[in-house]
Unconditional design. Structure first.
Length: 193
């Protein structure tokens, strides 16, 4: 019995002694390295692109920007950091608020003129090239059978509000605006000049 108690006491002391050793890693330059998950935290994408920190441009690492939480990897071919996560929201662009569906056979189906898969908490930055001018919106709209109605034939932009009447503060600002929701619908705003 004494040998068993002595063995348990030695085992307990060795386990406690092993837990007391703790190593703290502090990087010499740049972000904090999470060695467990192979991640490097940097303040922002701008800081990531500037470089100047240990473990930069390493294809085996995941770089996380602390300002928005996005994950990036380094792409050797383009020599840039690229997003390494899946999109989590859909942005539907409609010709206008009154022309959002079309009839196909016997069914009336949803008919956005453009759909962007994007990131919930990140602004698009700019209106997608496919729908960034009146001519392009008209061209795509005509393919769906949509036309401006009742003399409102001057396109001013897109809005979440179906009838913002071209009010600048209600138009979607692609550099700043985003919605934390699975689907965002934007409607073309047409005015009579």
């Amino acid at each position: 019995m004494k040998i068993r108690n002595l063995a348990l006491a030695v085992l307990a002391v060795s386990l406690l002694g092993g837990c007391a050793k703790e190593e703290v890693y502090t990087p010499t330059k740049g972000g904090i390295v999470d060695t467990l998950h192979n991640e490097i935290h940097v303040p922002s994408l701008e800081d990531l692109q500037k470089g100047g920190f240990d473990k930069e441009k390493d294809v085996s690492k995941i770089y996380i920007t602390d300002d928005d939480g996005f994950k990036y990897i380094y792409d050797v071919e383009t020599e840039q950091y690229v997003l390494a996560q899946e999109t989590d929201t859909t942005i539907n662009f409609y010709f206008d608020a009154n022309q959002t569906t079309r009839i196909v056979g016997d069914e009336q189906i949803d008919a956005p003129i453009y759909v962007a898969e994007w990131f919930m908490i990140k602004p698009l930055g700019a209106c997608p090239e496919e729908v960034n001018t009146e001519a392009k919106v008209l061209e795509i709209g005509r393919m769906f059978g949509f036309e401006p109605k009742q003399g409102f034939d001057h396109f001013v932009g897109f809005s979440m509000y179906s009838s913002c009447l071209g009010d600048e503060e209600h138009l979607w600002n692609f550099e700043k605006d985003f919605k934390q929701q699975a689907v965002t619908n934007l409607y073309g705003i047409w005015v009579d000049e």
